[in-house]
Ligand binder design. Sequence first.
Ligand SMILES: [Zn+2]
Length: 344
Amino acid sequence: MALFADLHRHLGGAVVPRILWRFLQRSQSEIIDRFAHYGDFEQFYTAPKASLAEYLEIHKLVESTQTTGTLPYFIQRLVRGAYTFENLAYLELRYTPYLRTPATLSQTERLDLMPAVVQCVAAASQVPGYPLLMPQILCLHTHLPYEVNRAMVQLAADCVPTVCAIDVAGGDRAYAERLPEFIELFNWARELGLKTTGHLFETRDGCYPDLLPYLMRIGHGIQIPLHYPELLPELAARGQCLEVCPTTYIQTGTLTEIAALRTVFDRCFEAGVDIVICTDNAGLHNVRLPAEYEALLTADVIDFQQLQACQTASFRHAFAWPHAQPPSQVLQDWLRQPSAPAIA
Ligand SMILES: [Zn+2]
């Protein structure tokens, strides 16, 4: 039985290197000519980067391959892998639909194609034999114009429950000049009844407390317990959780070692702020969710009891988990029944 939930994973970064390599081979992409062997490509794709900005460049490579024509290929493999190798029962998949439309078209034409992208992702996530719930989060982008971001908020509202929330992503240095714009869009999203999360307080460049009240969850947020612990009581009062993605901080050079997250977890537990452990870009990192759990345990960042608290919190903070209990509790209750049905 699939047991876990991942609340923070990008469609672009969800493609594991082997799947992307096979796709590039099949489509006879010229990208492949840059690499003599698969190993060279994997090294290029998964190696830690010097900064968040450099790390986000790799996303562009994958995004360029993901259109309505190719998304079923990637998503079907994502669902099979998430269910089989990660024990996921629930996955909130986030992406910017505008960036899955052909860049050769006009802005108006690209906006018109966005609903088809959402429907394409939803249809492709239904893989027989792999019962994984996969609602979508649409990501506003710091490098896209206001009208495109506004259209994505409207699209999200039009596509509930297929879409469960909005997010804001892209380079976090770009927030500063446009903060009032994003506050307005997030405020409007809340008025439309949408759920909200946002990449915030991920790096030292992304600390914008004015946006915090509009978010129901905080994408990363690790700089809060590390450098702004005075904000933690506000987060606890609002019931906000941090979506902590351990491998990301090593990959982007934000932290030098995973043990540095001990302060993050300790201060959040102490302040009553929930943490959900996520992958962010499981494919790009080549690190699946159970490996994230194991890395935190091995580095003595958390113990098993704390891990279970985070795993339970994932279902509690999920925007569209339809049940009162997490799967582990359902399984426990079922196993304790006196006569479980025979397995055919
Ligand atoms: Zn992210």
